[in-house]
Design a protein around this ligand. Structure first.
Ligand SMILES: NC(=O)CC[C@H](N)C(=O)O
Length: 308
């Protein structure tokens, strides 16, 4: 098998040189200020070794990648009852689409499109103050990444608060079907802030370790979730983690993965690695353009596709 450190360094070098970088998201104004030339990658293997290169220690806005962690927390809180409020089928439509909600009685297709993630955030909130729910999410990330230096980028959160009209529409629409239980402003406040959590590739790859190890944090031995739950979260990441680009991602990369409009992707090679990549330019589905290409190279060179 090729050397992981060398492979990761090679990929970072190739990505840095590429002229095709995609388009940085501008609908959240603060995200538009990010350098499209950035590229970072970090891989934690089954032995806990970290291979990292490029801008792997630069913090970026994790955006929808946070939805993997909120899903994990919500399942921990209310278990399979969560699936009464949100489905687990791919949507085949954009991350912020509203069209399916009317026909499907306000139940979002899956926990990774915006509507679904807002419903998941509402389940975490369950009567608590927004500050408490947000603290819980942040502490969970710090715990699984074993790093207290993970925080919310308040500028990004404020920028999305100001411009999040579509998300407000989605939340109000679900409220009309009684799918949400807390005041819309509370739920959206927590949602905007957890999307605005800033992390480096290294921190994110560390945070994803429990998903490659049957739900266990390999260095501490602590069980974060059961093996069955880890498998299921991976399954939803594979089928829904890249919105209407999920089929393409499975076809090209062959791993469960979750993208965010900040340009990050967290991918899981079960029993082999937890991987984070970051390149801010996006493709037409709102997924990192070079992030996906880098992951495709990595899985090909390391032979890590779950499809053999
Ligand atoms: N795909 C994403 O990362 C979207 C998350 C972003 N906070 C939004 O709600 O639009």
């Amino acid at each position: 098998m090729p050397d992981l450190d060398q492979t990761v360094r090679d990929i970072a070098e190739e990505m840095r040189a590429r002229p095709d970088r995609g388009e940085v998201a501008t609908y959240i104004p603060e995200l538009a200020n990010v350098d499209p030339g950035a590229f970072g990658i970090a891989v934690v293997d089954a032995e806990g070794h970290v291979a990292a290169a490029g801008d792997c220690d630069m913090a970026f806005s994790i955006q929808s990648i946070s939805k993997v962690f909120t899903l994990t927390l919500a399942l921990g809180k209310i278990g399979d009852r969560l699936w009464r409020r949100v489905g687990r089928e791919p949507s085949g439509s954009a991350f912020n689409s509203i069209v399916q909600l009317e026909a499907e009685h306000g139940i979002p297709r899956n926990p990774f499109i915006n509507a679904g993630a807002i419903a998941v955030t509402d389940a975490i909130l369950s009567g608590h103050q927004p500050r408490e729910a947000l603290g819980e999410i942040l502490r969970f990330l710090q715990f699984i990444a074993e790093d207290p230096n993970i925080s919310i980028d308040e500028k990004v959160a404020a920028s999305e608060q100001r411009t999040g009209f579509r998300n407000r529409a989605l939340a109000n629409y679900m409220m009309a079907f009684d799918v949400l239980e807390n005041p819309v402003d509370y739920t959206l406040g927590v949602y905007f802030h957890h999307c605005a959590i800033a992390m480096t590739c290294r921190q994110l790859a560390m945070a994803g370790r429990f998903l490659m190890h049957g739900g266990r944090n390999p260095s501490t031995g602590f069980s974060v979730v059961s093996p069955e739950r880890a498998r299921r979260i991976n399954a939803v990441m594979l089928t829904c983690g890249h919105y209407d680009g999920s089929g393409e991602f499975a076809y090209r990369v062959g791993l469960p993965g979750k993208s965010g409009v900040g340009g990050g992707i967290l991918a899981v090679a079960p029993r082999k690695a937890s991987i984070a990549v970051w390149s801010p330019g996006l493709d037409a589905s709102g997924n990192s353009h070079l992030g996906r290409i880098a992951l495709e190279m990595l899985t090909q060179r390391m032979g890590w596709s779950i499809f053999g």
